[in-house]
Design a binder for this molecule. Structure first.
Ligand code: ZN
Length: 297
């Protein structure tokens, strides 16, 4: 990817190296009617599905580089820097976020709407949000309650360990989270959560899959326009994205974990589905092509 000379977003909050703390009251967004409470992995999993927590259970933590010339070294806070996250990987994510702003603002304008960009919060180990406390182990996520995306940048190293490395793979993850923000702005997230509360688990999961695949498609739409405008993609980037989409498909994750593949428990879609929707957005550049809710599976 050619990203180094592009502008960087200011909508980044760098909380790396700060303790999130599990103690104290968990702040919940008002009027959502959802609670995180009680115990048990199932409940946590359900909560994470409802609250838009992403890529559940993908991560085992760790460090290292992304393998693309982006270093995941600890951030350097120079005090003189005007921008947060001034280290290499911080520059990478803030640049990618800026391209999502530059792509989605005109797309919303064309639809007669105003785009309000999300903030991206960088954290380490765990983070407190309007969605409660989330450990890095849950992977990057978007919280509709506070319009913010959250990522522990060690996740990029985790992607690499899963065979899904590369800068475009990392950018796809960010663009996917921004995709959830688009859904939030368009009222999709709220409607999905409302319907999920009334559905048995298998059908709620199916709805979650459609939501996630739409976010993948929106990530593709971003890539289409970001390339058109900034010549962002280089040879091999598309393959990197398609490879990452395959590696984080639910069937691939289940197989790698030594578990039986159970489509009824999918929450993000199969490798094939994730690739297909990412590609559909990428080729068309048209958000209207991302209506995953009105197609047969
Ligand atoms: Zn997602």
């Amino acid at each position: 990817m050619r990203w180094r000379n592009l502008r960087r977003s200011r909508n980044i909050e760098d909380r790396r190296g700060r303790s999130a703390g599990r103690g104290g009251p968990v702040r919940m967004p008002g009027g959502r009617g959802m609670k995180i409470g009680g115990g048990g992995a199932l409940l946590l999993l359900l909560a994470s599905v409802f609250l838009g927590t992403d890529l559940t259970g993908l991560v085992g933590g760790g460090g290292g580089g992304i393998g693309t010339g982006i270093s995941t070294q600890a951030p350097q806070r120079t005090g003189t820097s005007q921008l947060p996250a001034n280290d290499d990987i911080g520059q990478f994510v803030s640049t990618i976020m800026a391209t999502t702003e530059d792509v989605w603002t005109p797309l919303f304008q064309q639809a007669g709407k105003r785009y309000q960009p999300p903030k991206l919060v960088l954290f380490s180990d765990g983070v407190r949000s309007a969605c409660g406390f989330t450990s890095s182990a849950a992977g990057p996520f978007y919280c509709p309650g506070d319009n913010q995306a959250y990522i522990d940048l060690d996740f990029f190293a985790e992607l690499q360990r899963m065979g899904a490395g590369g800068d475009f793979a990392g950018a796809y993850v960010l663009a996917h989270e921004v995709g959830h923000h688009i859904q939030n702005l368009l009222g999709v997230s709220m409607e999905v959560q409302r319907r999920q509360r009334q559905l048995p688990k298998v059908e709620a999961n199916a709805l979650s899959v459609r939501t996630e695949l739409q976010a993948d498609c929106y990530a593709g739409v971003w890539a289409h326009h970001a390339h058109k405008r900034f010549q962002l993609l280089e040879p091999g980037d598309l393959e990197e994205g398609m490879n990452a989409a395959a590696k984080i498909g639910d069937d691939a994750l289940m197989k790698n974990a030594g578990r039986r593949v159970r489509p009824e428990s999918f929450t993000h879609g199969s490798s094939k589905q994730r690739q297909a929707w990412l590609l559909r957005g990428l080729q068309s550049g048209d958000p209207n092509q991302c209506d995953t809710f009105n197609v047969n599976s």
